[in-house]
Design a protein around this ligand. Structure first.
Ligand SMILES: [Zn+2]
Length: 120
């Protein structure tokens, strides 16, 4: 996890990233990269082996962002759709995976709408 200690602690206190990875491995197969870096920089984006997340007060659903961007790791390159014209394919699968995690593991529902284009 890369970011300020306070922000990293905020995520670690409320979310077990290992539990997220374990769930997605169980449901979708082996993690496709050697490591996962979580960069706390005000973003919300996925790259191979890296996710960017935001912990500012404007982002109330930090755990959902981490889970969503982590789920992208299984679909980002595996689906291999055109991310500019057909991002909905990857986003649809990732949104489903995110919902499944919260329903089955956290026993909660999402608080954030992933229909929001800014969170793609
Ligand atoms: Zn997304």
């Amino acid at each position: 996890m890369i970011g300020s200690q306070g922000d990293a602690k905020k995520i670690e206190e409320t979310l077990e990233v290992k539990k997220v990875l374990s769930y997605f491995k169980q449901k979708f197969g082996p993690y496709p990269f050697k490591q996962l870096d979580i960069v706390i920089n005000g973003g919300g984006m996925e790259y191979p082996g890296i996710v960017e997340v935001n912990t500012t007060p404007e982002e109330p659903a930090i755990n959902e962002t981490v889970v969503h961007e982590t789920a992208h790791q299984w679909f980002y390159h595996g689906v291999s759709n055109d991310p500019y014209y057909h991002a909905w394919i990857d986003e649809g699968l990732t949104s489903l995976a995110t919902m499944l995690y919260f329903i089955n593991v956290e026993k909660t529902q999402l608080t954030h709408s992933w229909n929001n284009q800014e969170m793609l």
